[in-house]
Design a protein around this ligand. Structure first.
Ligand code: DQA
Length: 147
């Protein structure tokens, strides 16, 4: 079984982009952290990052009934995309929304998410450690435990 790890626009620039907000770790670090924490719970991962909404939609459609769960940081699409919401509401496994920064301590336009009310959990402001919490939460929700 595998977990889908989706990262949206500009997250390819992690480590270079506003490090005072998002830290110095890179997308490769995030994906390695997800891979390691998923492996510890008995899952593989499929990681997708895209700056294109349609690419993310296609990835969700492809994995929506196959992935055991979804870890999603939709970046700015969080605050804009009904289409991502409509796709993610169809996934069969748990959905955990992650934001590296504490979006609630930032501009008002970041306070609303089109995903939060359809997510099983929302993790904000924990830095990239939030991805590990998300993986562990999905493992709990689907009843898998560390070997
Ligand atoms: C983000 C927060 C969003 O508001 C922003 O557009 C991002 C990253 C985060 O991880 O903190 O791109 O999702």
């Amino acid at each position: 079984p595998y977990l889908a790890v989706l990262n949206g626009p500009n997250l390819n620039l992690l480590g270079q982009r506003q490090p005072e907000v998002y830290g110095h770790d890179t997308l490769a670090d995030v994906e390695a952290l997800c891979t390691d924490s998923a492996r510890a719970a008995g899952f593989g991962v499929r990681c997708v990052q895209s700056n294109h909404e349609g690419v993310l939609l296609d990835a969700i459609h492809e994995m929506r009934t196959k992935a055991a769960g979804f870890v999603v940081n939709a970046g700015a699409f969080t605050h804009t995309s009904v289409a991502l919401r409509d796709a993610l509401v169809t996934v069969t496994g748990p959905l955990v929304e992650v934001h590296i920064s504490n979006v609630h301590a930032r501009e008002p336009f970041r306070h609303h998410s089109y995903l939060s009310d359809i997510a099983d959990a929302v993790i904000v402001g924990c830095g990239i450690e939030g991805y590990r919490f998300a993986v562990e939460r999905i493992a709990t929700l689907v009843g898998r435990h560390r070997a």
